[in-house]
Structure formats: C-alpha cells, structure tokens
Design a protein. Sequence first.
Length: 99
Amino acid sequence: SGKGSPTTVVHDHFQEVGTALTNDYYLGTYRGAVYGLGHTPQRFAEYALQPKPMKSLPNLYLTGQDVVTCGITGAMMGGYLTACQISKGVALTVGPLMV
C-alpha cells in the first residue's frame, strides 16, 4: 500500500542560496556583510573600535569580532590585541606560538 512500509525511504533535500544583494534586502546589511558591522574603510579607521581602554572607564576594554575583522578569526585576534594592551607580556608569551 506504500503507507509506512519499513522499506520506504524518504529523501528530503533543501538548499538555500543567496547573494550579497539577498543579504542586503533581507538583513539590511551593507554590501552583503553579515558578520557584525559593515566592512568599510571608515569602520576600520574608527578610533572607537581600536583595542584600548575606554577613557571614562579605565579598566573596560572593547574587544571582539568588530575590533579587527569579522568572524571567529576576527574575534580571536581582537581578544589577542586587547590582551596585549592589558599586559604587554602576552605578546611575548603567545606571539611565538602563532608562528
């Protein structure tokens, strides 16, 4: 009868495709950038996004993916640069491990 037969195998296949224009339309991004802030030269030159202590709160540091670049690697490098700002010895300790 075909209903619930033990030998019946159902194959569902779904594939989603999008372009930078799709991201702009549905996510409201800038030129397809879906990770954090827009990836523009102005954003990377923004003084507020540099890994340094905040002037109003001396022991508070801005860090994460939007400090350096997008994604997991950007978050890692943002954390590394912030750690170097907090303790200059971190660069000497961790630096050789990154080669």
